[in-house]
Design a binder for this molecule. Structure first.
Ligand SMILES: Nc1ncnc2c1ncn2[C@@H]1O[C@H](COP(=O)(O)OP(=O)(O)O)[C@@H](O)[C@H]1O
Ligand SMILES: O=P(O)(O)O[C@H]1O[C@H](CO)[C@@H](O[C@H]2O[C@H](CO)[C@@H](O)[C@H](O)[C@H]2O)[C@H](O)[C@H]1O
Length: 464
């Protein structure tokens, strides 16, 4: 779309929007699974950008929906490890009246401002609006603050959309069981690694990751990734569900664990070939261990159950510092950053793919995009086998141990490097991951807290 045309779709009086939408968002936003600031009040909203993807302030809304794209900052009291105002992507449907089928998507009725008299709702649930998003992705160009881009592969038109009904950190739409559009909810300046890394891997010829076919970004006031369209792996099942099923049936999972190790190794090898691999010298090792200690202290501050374990856990990080001071260098590279069984999909042909390269959602984007020891991902998967075994009754420690061995074997065979050859680095990363999980569960799923706490108990004792 030309700049002249895009100018017409920027909401004329967008500054008046938030005073009228604010009270509705105040109620609605904290109830969303993807809202990261749970437990802290929202003190104010500020508007970053507003773009009418389909006009909302004209008579057209009386006959059909409008679609308003907003980037909104939610201001909250600051905690030590959190930014003061996260920025969220909202796609608001706007209608004069909501048809009954869209009632569950209701956000509220606007009483004043430019949308006075309109009903706003979660636009992704409206098939007409979801279809429109795909149309925008098929035809690259600018639209207000937004930029739509795509690869060389043509994207078919008129695929039926549906919202993916799963617990996730973002929102996804599936089109005709052919493509999946992930819409990032909490957004950060810069390119999201969930676009950057799959693009780099596909250019490298690595088939372990569904290759992005289209994407959209905000171009102003700063560039940031908003959504990625990828092929939908129809019929694929995620590793977490498969592992739980195997546990329930008393089945061995080592064959799959071995294959997952191989898939991880192939992704790491391709990432190392595609992107920089700086060595971790003494000062970076110090920084790595110091960051782990800092995360441990912050987590213990937030979750008092951790406090008695702090000295034992710290020993794992100090061991890495000591090795660095003794002259040991490690290699670093771009990694997945939040690898666990739920980030793996096994196709109907048994082929494993990795998804969701965003990294740990709670970490700042520059940190997530920095090169790290590849063992970080291995630690994540090792924790995940433990999670599966612990969340199933009775606890099956031997099952987890066999999977962990098979995973490392599969990795070593394909990568030519065995992660168990660096036991201190592996244990430090496993400890760091378990600490992250304690915080994650305390914030999001308190019933699950005993699962990582059991690992904390073991890891703190191992370090003695
Ligand atoms: N390419 C794909 N093919 C099939 N299903 C997918 C694909 N990508 C993601 N999914 C499904 O969508 C879910 C959420 O995707 P994910 O990227 O993990 O989002 P989030 O970051 O919001 O958690 C996954 O658990 C998986 O079930
Ligand atoms: O999938 P996300 O990127 O949103 O990852 C977050 O949520 C995960 C839970 O859904 C969480 O993973 C933890 O629980 C999993 C079982 O549900 C388990 O397999 C993982 O090993 C464990 O870390 C992940 O840590 C978090 O970032």
């Amino acid at each position: 779309m030309s700049e002249a045309a895009s100018a017409q779709v920027t909401l004329a009086n967008s500054t008046a929007l938030l005073p009228s939408l604010g009270p509705l968002l105040h109620e609605w936003l904290p109830r969303q699974r993807w809202f990261a600031g749970k437990g802290r009040p929202i003190t104010a909203f500020s508007l970053v950008s507003a773009t009418e993807i389909l006009p909302v302030d004209s008579a057209a809304v009386d006959t059909g929906p409008g679609l308003l794209h907003l980037l909104v900052r939610a201001h909250q009291p600051t905690m030590p490890d959190q930014p003061p105002a996260d920025c969220y992507q909202l796609l608001l449907g706007v209608r004069s009246a909501l048809p009954p089928r869209l009632a569950p998507a209701l956000i509220g009725h606007v009483t004043d401002g430019p949308l006075a008299g309109r009903t706003v709702y979660e636009g992704l649930h409206d098939r007409r609006l979801a279809a429109l998003l795909l149309e925008r992705l098929r035809t690259p160009g600018g639209l207000g603050a937004l930029r739509f881009g795509r690869g060389a592969e043509p994207i078919p038109a008129a695929l039926t959309p549906r919202v993916l009904d799963t617990e996730q950190s973002n929102s996804s739409l599936v089109y005709g069981d052919s493509y999946i559009l992930k819409i990032f909810r909490r957004v950060f300046p810069g390119t999201n690694p969930d676009l950057e890394l799959p693009l780099a891997l596909s250019r490298q010829g690595c088939g372990r990751v569904p290759a992005p076919v289209a994407w959209f970004e905000a171009a102003a006031p700063e560039r940031l990734t908003l959504g990625v369209l990828q092929p939908f792996l129809r019929g694929a099942e995620d590793g977490w569900q498969l592992a739980l099923r195997a546990l329930a049936a008393g089945d061995d999972f080592t064959h799959e664990a071995h294959a997952l190790g191989r898939a991880t190794a192939e992704v790491h090898t391709a990432l190392a070939a595609a992107l920089p691999t700086p060595p971790l010298r003494r000062s970076q090792t110090d920084e790595l261990a110091a960051a782990m200690v800092q995360r441990l202290e912050a987590a213990a501050h937030a979750v008092p159950e951790l406090v008695p374990y702090v000295p034992g856990l710290r020993a794992a990080f100090d061991a890495v510092t000591a090795l660095g001071h003794g002259g040991r260098d490690w290699s670093a590279q771009r990694v997945h950053g939040d690898l666990h069984l739920g980030q793996t999909l096994r196709g109907t042909d048994g082929f494993w793919s990795l998804i969701d390269f965003e990294g740990e959602p709670a970490r700042p984007l520059p940190e997530r995009r920095s090169p790290q020891p590849p063992v970080r991902d291995i630690a994540g998967m090792l924790r995940s086998f433990d999670y599966a075994a612990r969340s199933h009754r009775p606890w099956n420690a031997a099952w987890a141990a066999r999977c962990r061995t098979a995973y490392c074997d599969g990795y070593a065979k394909a990568a030519g490097v065995d992660p168990r050859d660096e036991p201190e680095l592996l244990r430090a990363h496993e400890t760091d991951k378990a600490v992250y999980e304690v915080l994650y569960e305390a914030r999001h799923r308190p019933d699950w807290l005993p699962v990582p706490m059991a690992a904390i108990h073991r890891l703190a004792a191992d370090a003695d």
